[in-house]
Design a protein around this ligand. Sequence first.
Ligand SMILES: NC(=O)c1ccc[n+]([C@@H]2O[C@H](COP(=O)([O-])OP(=O)(O)OC[C@H]3O[C@@H](n4cnc5c(N)ncnc54)[C@H](OP(=O)(O)O)[C@@H]3O)[C@@H](O)[C@H]2O)c1
Length: 292
Amino acid sequence: MPKSVALPADAASAARVHASLNVPGDLFDLTGEVAAVIGGTGVLGGLMAEALARFGATVVVLGRNKQRGQARAEKINRAGGISVFLGIDAMCADSVLEAMRTIQQELGETTVLVNAAGGNHPDATLKPGGDVCKIPLDAWRDVFDLNLLGGALAPSIVFGEAMVAAGRGCIVNIASMAGMTPVSRVGAYSAAKAAVINLTKYLALEWAARGVRVNAISPGFFPAEQNSKLLFNEDGSPTERSAQIIGHTPMKRFGAAEELAGAIVWLASSKASSFVTGQNIVVDGGFSSMTI
Ligand SMILES: NC(=O)c1ccc[n+]([C@@H]2O[C@H](COP(=O)([O-])OP(=O)(O)OC[C@H]3O[C@@H](n4cnc5c(N)ncnc54)[C@H](OP(=O)(O)O)[C@@H]3O)[C@@H](O)[C@H]2O)c1
């Protein structure tokens, strides 16, 4: 074993070192990409929109809430990025098609699609000790419609068809750790997200040889609007459910939205994740690895 490691005198010349290695320095550079983030009006999708813009993508923030969407796009523009808000109802196929065509006409082909619209429905959440058979079928249907059909399938087909025609693109579906192992009391949401993970793999294999990669990110528990009532009491204190979640999370805390930036930028970069498709990247503080 050497007793000391002597650095070469000119070791600080990073630029020279980069040029001689087989690793491009622009691995995460998204300049020239046009990213559509459906659900960019929300907490996690909004952060992902910022992350993609931070690395150079032109970002279209999509959702129904104009105020929140415009605020997010303006925040990106003020910071020196390029972003615009576009209204969309992901549950309406015509609205998705119209959004895709508007982006195509105004900004060029969408090269990165992030499907971050989704969430649970109060009627599909079981009360503690409740009976799963009492959850109305319509509530199951609503959750499947939002998370699977509107939240992943319809936009993937509409934008994916254009990407296949262009021979290039990448889709990232925001699934959930609940899609791998069902989370108690939210069976419809868990099953819908399981379907999103399966659909991700299916579309990946259909389009792998046609230049389009399809992957998923499965977040663990991140405080956001759609789960705020489940996680926090009206006075802001954590619910019993929060304590259970954190007790089951090896890192002993919730995730922060910024902690999804690395995964989305990596998957969106056709240089950094060029050979990655059909994968489900879990960002959950260890929740899904926890046993006893
Ligand atoms: N937070 C977590 O712990 C967690 C964990 C795992 C997975 N996820 C998933 O992450 C994604 C983002 O959720 P979030 O936690 O950031 O919650 P959020 O802040 O409530 O965001 C949900 C987003 O869904 C959009 N949306 C709902 N219905 C829509 C529709 N018909 N058309 C277009 N957009 C629609 C909302 O936009 P508008 O209201 O503007 O339409 C909003 O931007 C969801 O798919 C969620 O299931 C979250």
